[in-house]
Design a protein around this ligand. Structure first.
Ligand code: GTP
Ligand code: MG
Length: 197
């Protein structure tokens, strides 16, 4: 799929204030700093559409974008180790969970996992929560440019092996890099196919 237009629509602190839409929506979640906003910029050919930062905790609201006038994209606050207060973190968690459970036009949640590191408990816990709640999802391994192909492959295999302890059917997965644009065609193709866009 070619991206011709990508526009920021609005930020929401609560899914209830986000207008309902008939358009298919795709959301991006993962630990703080895993590369959600960078991946969104890479997919949409923009350097600054979604705000990125080397400091975890940059995205603090649900940020919605309109792509090609035909689908919606939601950049979500990260879970995990952002240096914010416990109250603030709990607020994000409620905001994220409520969005994921209640958004009617959510077609797929991309759960981003850092491809450099061993399986993290927080990612597995989040995936299991989403699976139990029947949220349609796929896994996106990020920052693959940061190490060798072998290292990425064994990280991906280790993560999927761990997930298999809990899941009967593994979700689709992608390997990406916002830096060298790896995985771009695959991800956009997946979205296009899912919706006949
Ligand atoms: P929060 O909004 O804080 O939850 O973070 P995020 O998941 O949106 O991460 P963000 O896109 O802001 O990126 C975090 C840091 O990782 C930034 O310094 C990015 O430049 C860097 N980064 C993200 N993706 C990649 C990648 O594919 N390769 C490399 N080398 N760096 C990346
Ligand atoms: Mg972000």
């Amino acid at each position: 799929m070619r991206i011709d237009t990508a526009t920021f629509l609005a930020s929401y602190a609560n899914v209830n204030t986000c207008p309902e839409s008939e358009l298919p929506e795709y959301a991006f979640i993962g630990r703080s700093n895993v590369g959600k906003s960078s991946l969104i910029n890479m997919l949409t050919n923009h350097s600054k559409l979604a705000k990125t930062s080397s400091k975890p905790g940059k995205t603090q609201l649900l940020n919605q974008f309109l792509i090609n006038d035909s689908w919606l994209l939601m950049d979500m606050p990260g879970y995990g180790w952002a240096k914010v207060s416990k109250t603030e973190k709990a607020k994000w968690e409620i905001m994220n969970q409520q969005y994921l459970l209640e958004r009617k036009n959510l077609c797929n949640l991309f759960v981003l996992i850092d491809s450099r590191i061993p399986p993290q408990k927080i990612d597995l816990e989040f995936l299991n929560w989403a699976g139990e709640n029947e949220i349609p999802l796929s896994i996106v391994f990020t920052k693959a440019d940061k190490q060798s192909k072998n290292h990425t492959q064994s990280s991906v295999a280790a993560f999927m092996r761990e997930l298999k302890k809990y899941w009967i059917f593994l979700p689709p997965s992608f390997v990406t890099s916002a830096e060298d644009k790896r995985g771009k065609e695959e991800l956009l193709g997946y979205i296009e196919e899912a919706n006949g866009l």
